[in-house]
Design a binder for this molecule. Structure first.
Ligand SMILES: [Mg+2]
Length: 414
């Protein structure tokens, strides 16, 4: 029988903060979404106090303060770096792995010679010691069952839980159907009306009925619950159709210089993603918005361009974006949001060389080498260690509000 493991990092964002601030270990901690909007991660201690997930910060701030909960502004760049360390470590345990989200991965152990429980304990030990992140691991024959097993693992002592062919019935009968991966709130309500309350009830229902009421996707979930794998691991991520980077700015911007720098940051970040996927962009759109949608006057302005020969270097991307921005910006407005979209991709290696234009080709090749070198340095040092001089010496008031951000850590590579 195949063996799928779901590795899930516990309270991931809080656990990341604790790597660099061990003083937070054992204390109630919450992490906020961008612009200090709402709670997106809670430590076990904060959960035990009944602090709800997703709660807007401004509403719960007095309570957090009264209960002595430590508040951290989210630092997504740091979480992504920790995530890639965890993923790299996990990939050493199998050659078939799906990165399901920033803090979760499915591992196919195949028909491994080793005891899967032993393997899971080793993963927990290594990720805990080498990266400093606690993980829970669910083991079962299918993705849907291993997801369920990992929920049980979170509540179990050793952090590992296995669902076997023998134990499946007991587990499913004690699990509410809405806790099954792939069954949404609406389906669960519908199932309830038909007297289906547990995962076990659902697994035993006539497959034809399931197919009629919940389409093929529902049928797949049902088969997976009975140990028949239907959802293969998505091991190679599909190349994106477009890359969009946009931000709501921390405070409104008026001068062209501020808007230009804010959008430039987005273009640079989009360029990094583009080159990481080894793509070049055949089209680009830039937009800015002024005012706030829910209050008074607001407006949206955009411009787009197609490139005869797709581009990928920061120099070219920034040049084109700034040219378009000059057309859509007008003074006297308070801009609150802006961004860039890249699309119409082709593989960067498959572009045609314009033979008749040698000097332009040389210039372009030089820009591309430079961008790749900058990417390499930034990847190694973390964040934007190198950035265009135009962005230096700015007060960067477009950056999101992060009142509780702590000194940016230097992440060392393993
Ligand atoms: Mg998690």
């Amino acid at each position: 029988m195949p063996m799928i493991a779901l590795c899930d990092c516990n309270n991931f964002f809080v656990s990341c903060e604790r790597i660099y601030r061990p003083a937070l270990i054992g204390k109630p901690v919450v992490v906020l979404s961008s612009n200090d909007g709402c709670i997106v991660s809670r430590s076990d201690e904060a959960k035990a106090m009944g602090i709800p997930m997703g709660e807007p910060y401004f509403r719960i701030e007095p309570l957090l303060r009264a209960r002595g909960v430590i508040v951290c502004s989210g630092n997504l760049a740091m979480y992504k770096e920790v995530s890639s360390k965890v993923m790299r470590l996990l990939s050493g345990f199998t050659d078939k792995m799906e990165e399901y989200s920033i803090d979760e991965a499915f591992l196919d152990f195949g028909i491994a010679a080793r005891e899967p429980l032993e393997c899971a304990s080793e993963i927990r030990r290594k990720v805990g010691r080498w990266v400093g992140i606690p993980v829970s691991i669910g083991l079962a024959a299918t993705k849907t069952l291993s997801k369920l097993a990992s929920d049980k693992a979170k509540k179990s002592e050793g952090g590992v839980f296995q669902i076997t062919a023998c134990s499946a019935k007991g587990v499913l009968d004690s699990t509410p159907v809405e806790e099954v991966w792939g069954i949404g709130r609406k389906s669960a309500a519908m199932l309830g009306r038909w007297g289906i309350f547990t995962a076990g009830d659902f697994a035993r229902k006539d497959p034809l009925w399931v197919r009629k009421m919940m389409t093929v996707r529902g049928l797949m979930t049902q088969s997976e619950l009975s140990g028949q794998p239907c959802l293969p691991l998505v091991t190679a991520p599909l190349p994106p159709k477009s890359i969009q980077v946009s931000r709501t700015w921390g405070s409104p911007l008026e001068s062209f210089d501020d808007v230009r720098c804010a959008v430039m940051e987005n273009v640079i970040s989009a360029g990094q993603s583009l080159r990481k996927c080894r793509l070049a962009a055949g089209a680009m759109e830039v937009f800015i918005r002024h005012g706030y949608r829910h209050s008074g006057e607001c407006g949206y302005f955009a411009d787009s361009v197609r490139f005869g020969n797709p581009i990928l270097s920061d120099a070219e991307l920034v040049h084109e974006a700034m040219r378009m921005l000059g057309k859509i910006y007008s003074p006297g407005r308070r801009y609150t949001q802006g961004g860039v979209t890249l699309r119409d991709f082709c593989e960067s290696s498959s572009r045609q060389r314009e033979l008749w234009e040698d000097s332009a080709y040389e210039r372009r090749a030089k820009h591309e080498r430079l961008s790749r070198a900058v990417d390499m340095i930034n990847e190694r040092l973390g964040g934007l260690a190198i950035y265009p001089a135009a962005l230096a010496a700015k007060d960067k008031k477009w950056r999101p509000r992060v009142k509780h951000l702590h000194a940016e850590p230097t992440v060392l590579n393993l």
